[in-house]
Design a protein around this ligand. Structure first.
Ligand SMILES: NC(=O)c1ccc[n+]([C@@H]2O[C@H](COP(=O)([O-])OP(=O)(O)OC[C@H]3O[C@@H](n4cnc5c(N)ncnc54)[C@H](OP(=O)(O)O)[C@@H]3O)[C@@H](O)[C@H]2O)c1
Length: 256
């Protein structure tokens, strides 16, 4: 596929450059500074990219790039959610602009684009319920409104998925393009965190579920690597029809 990668200079974006190329996708990197991207990648990797400078809050530019470059899919990693409930970041504006650009391009082409967005574990449902985990631990709340926007889209406007990891850490700081991926595979599930450890503690009034969320999500069990998540998205984009279409996706390291 030809993939528009928005946010290629970021932690996850750089690993996506590598993973997408390893999976034989063509990559159009959309960044604020091509000089910055060039400084972060080996010349041999940078040379394999089409690089376009632009701002992710510019929906018209994103739509134009998708249509002019003939992209089949997009991955957006631009913008970072604020941690505290009262924190404000650029993410909501970026998210809306990217969504509008992708939707506009799909409508003009007459076919919705495949798109991966980033959320956080807090937008996943507490297993066995339809209550978001961020109701119990209210952090990174900006992801909630982003998911709401995606779910409110009319059918056949964007073929979207939202990857919702807990903390992602780097395996390595060097960005290479191996011919085959060697990262441990993630286990994923739609809507809830996979392999949840339930506990009788959840029955304690008021504090039960927050405690179980903290026991699961705060213990490091759901920590994954940037490379694993990049690999997950790049691999999914190889399939014609994704099993993750229209859902928020929780992940855990299969080896944990
Ligand atoms: N890291 C984690 O542990 C974690 C866990 C769960 C979810 N997430 C989510 O995953 C996403 C990616 O995280 P990350 O760690 O890769 O973030 P990051 O390293 O901070 O990267 C953010 C990227 O966004 C780009 N950006 C920001 N504003 C932009 C704009 N107006 N136009 C174009 N590009 C813009 C930055 O480009 P510049 O280089 O130009 O600044 C950078 O490439 C975020 O949405 C985050 O909330 C992260």
């Amino acid at each position: 596929m030809k993939v528009l990668l928005i946010g290629a200079t970021g932690n996850l974006g750089l690993r996506l450059v590598s993973a997408l190329l390893t999976h034989n996708h063509s990559v159009v990197a959309y960044v604020r500074s091509s000089t910055k991207l060039e400084s972060l990648l080996p010349a041999s990797v940078y040379g394999q990219l089409t690089v376009i400078q632009g701002n992710a809050i510019d929906s018209v530019s994103i739509k134009t790039v998708i249509l002019d470059s003939n992209c089949d899919a997009i991955v957006n990693t631009a913008g970072v959610a604020g941690v505290a409930p009262w924190a404000k970041s650029d993410l909501p504006a970026i998210f809306r602009a990217v969504m509008d650009g992708v939707r506009g391009a799909g409508e003009e082409r007459g076919e919705p684009l495949r798109a991966w967005f980033l959320g956080g574990q807090g937008v996943l449902f507490y297993p066995g319920s339809e209550v978001m985990m961020s109701n119990y631990i209210p952090i990174y709340l900006e992801h909630r409104q982003n998911l709401r926007l995606l779910k409110a889209l009319p059918p056949n406007t964007i073929d979207w998925s939202m990857l919702c990891p807990n903390t992602m850490v780097p395996e390595s700081s060097s960005i290479t393009v191996p011919t085959q991926s060697s990262h441990k595979v993630l286990i994923a599930s739609a809507g809830t965190p996979p392999e949840w450890k339930d506990s009788w503690v959840k029955y304690i009034p008021l504090i039960g579920r927050p405690l179980v969320c903290a026991m699961n999500a705060g213990s490091g069990r759901y920590e994954t690597t940037l490379e694993q998540n990049a690999e997950f998205i790049a691999g999914d984009l190889e399939s014609v029809e994704s099993r993750w279409s229209g859902v928020a996706v929780g992940v855990i390291d299969g080896a944990k």
